[in-house]
Ligand binder design. Sequence first.
Ligand code: MG
Ligand code: ZN
Length: 357
Amino acid sequence: MKNRIISVISLFFVSIYATFAQSDVRVKNIILMIGDGMGVAQVYAAYTVNKGKLNLEKAQYIGFSKTSSANSYITDSGAGGTAISIGRKTNNGCIGVDSDSVSLKTILEIAEENELSTGLLATSAITHATPASFVAHQISRYDTLEIAYDFIGSGIDIFIGGGRNHFERRIDSANISDSLRKEGYSIVYDLASIKAKDKNNIGCLVADKHLLPVLNGRGDFLPDATSLSLSRLSKNKKGFFVMIEGSQIDWAGHSNHISYLVSEMIDFDKAVGVAFDFADKNPGTLVVVTADHETGGLSLVDGDIHSGKLSSTFGTTDHTGVMVPVFAYGAGAEEFKGIYENTELFFKMMRLYGFKP
Ligand code: MG
Ligand code: ZN
């Protein structure tokens, strides 16, 4: 009898412990990676040409995100990025505002308010639709001069990408880089100038407009910038939020250029590898890799994993309406399984941080 009571009591404590442990996923750091235009075919194209190897395959939980915007079956990158950044469907072309043009706080801004460190990395201009969706509030994605203004006062700790012309060589002759320097930023123009010891917030504008494609010599910029920014952001004990974009997967899809597409995908996957390694070494880190939409209606019609040979066709030069994959790794990754609207990505990240929307 006594033994039975003891075993019932211990069972009780074991189940309490299990319940507690399950709900106690504490996510400190979120690395959100957006492959612009990356559908399942884009991933498998890279897998094929890379002869059966991708870091993405280590992902622990997989989901699908439905990407339609408030006013269209086919989203653009403004509405696609904004759905993820503010948790609301908006009209195509909008940046950080809902379909009534009301500005809502982005997950990056909410992280900033909660004293986390924040960052944005892209292989396009940093003012381009996807990164802009996390820091700016504009009715039109094409208003890049206003989008650059929105970096002032954002508190963002590190941003790396192109778009120097939108900060410094503007038709209104404003100099956003100088304004940011007055806020205490270091503004530099190449990755090598990001010094480990520099405690300032940092903006790194590596191109006047967009960065070169990998095919034209961009090299390991994205994986290098990823590793550099993670080592800086992780100095904040409270945690961080960073959005890292493989911007040009989309452009390769628009131009129906398969070797451009595959090279951008493999580059993005290298950055994914850096993020997954960081998550392994830093408990409490979640990596979410997804897309805003698919581009090109890519179809793989033949291939060979051993030789890396691939035959493909495209169905369109525009975006398509198909669901896009969500790959999750690390703390809280299980939250991302299933099929859901792109807006859910925002709420899942908010819940895991313990933030109230
Ligand atoms: Mg983009
Ligand atoms: Zn596009």
